[in-house]
Ligand binder design. Structure first.
Ligand code: NAP
Length: 283
């Protein structure tokens, strides 16, 4: 594997969506609490990427971390997922939009390279389109130019991934999806990632909405029992489970205590039987 692609992947991602004016302070707090990986997007509708950059700058100034100690991930979002605050010229071709969005992200984040650049979502839910192929090729070009170390895709189905593979496209290093327990915690997509990854874990599955998409699981007596045994919360058990099955979980908590709990979940001792029971709890 080329050196530029060898990146130490963290074990938890702090998500910065929906924080608006609180974004700088919460990003800095997450880093002070111990998060070393930050997820954002150049999509002003849901993220304040420049605010993430302000939080990073504050953490650097205070000597909490250096840029080299952080894993920074951002995304390219199609016009359809944006509001009027666009980070590119919507009249430009897609490759130009990717280059402009990336340039703007680097400026927002105060860096000349991110660690991961993610296609926020394919153009259509039906399959991998020509537009996606064009955007993906432009993202590969950004990677080859050194503006990101790794590439990922988000909000994809197994069909998108299989079509990418069939097209002979370079496969992503990350898949970031909403993770529903009722779909076996996105079993099909995770199997695709693992099958191609095997020993080297070529594709790391990033799971978001692990709590909000699985409210019934959090209330389930199985989770309550395991949480009680461990002296933990059901939310912590879900995050520990996610890591046990090889996921890289995201949390976007705004609560300092939850930040600490989410990070500490990595220490919980789940048995193999418990992992298996949670995996098949809802689907
Ligand atoms: N690629 C995409 O399309 C996409 C879509 C959505 C999200 N994301 C990314 O994923 C990140 C996380 O988003 P999310 O959808 O998972 O939702 P989230 O913003 O993380 O919200 C999770 C909810 O769980 C609560 N929570 C967190 N830790 C907890 C704990 N230990 N105990 C109890 N409650 C806890 C939070 O409340 P408190 O704040 O009170 O703790 C919050 O209400 C986003 O910030 C974003 O970076 C990506």
């Amino acid at each position: 594997m080329p050196a530029h692609q060898r990146v130490i992947v963290p074990d938890f991602l702090y998500g910065t969506a929906w924080k608006e004016d609180r974004t700088p302070a919460l990003t800095e707090l997450a880093i002070r609490t111990g998060f070393r990986a930050i997820d954002t997007a150049n999509q002003r509708r849901h993220y304040f990427e420049a605010g993430v950059g302000q939080g990073l700058a504050a953490a650097y100034r205070a000597g909490v971390v250096t840029r080299a100690e952080l894993f920074l991930q951002t995304k390219f979002t199609y016009v359809g997922g944006q509001d009027h605050r666009l980070p590119y010229d919507p009249e430009a071709d897609l490759s130009t939009q990717v280059a402009q969005s990336m340039g703007s992200s680097l400026e927002h984040l105060g860096t000349d390279q991110v660690d991961s650049y993610v296609l926020h979502g394919p153009a259509s839910g039906r399959g991998w389109s020509d537009a996606d192929a064009e955007v993906w090729a432009a993202m590969v070009k950004q990677r080859d130019a050194g503006r990101t170390r790794l590439l990922g895709v988000s909000n994809v189905s197994i069909r998108h991934l299989e079509q990418m593979a069939m097209d002979g496209a370079e496969l992503p290093r990350f898949v970031q999806n909403r993770c529903f327990a009722r779909l076996g915690w996105d079993r099909d997509v995770r199997a695709f990632c693992d099958a191609l990854g095997c020993a080297e874990r070529q594709i790391v599955y990033q799971g978001f909405s692990l709590l909000t998409a699985n409210v019934d699981v959090l209330r389930h007596r199985l989770l309550a029992g395991i949480a009680a045994r461990l002296g933990a919360t059901p939310a912590q058990v879900v995050f520990r489970f996610a890591r046990a099955v090889g996921m890289l979980p995201l949390t976007g908590t705004s609560d300092p205590e939850h930040m600490t709990q989410d990070l500490a979940s990595g220490e919980l001792a789940l048995s193999a039987d418990e992992v298996q029971a949670i995996e098949s709890l809802a689907g």
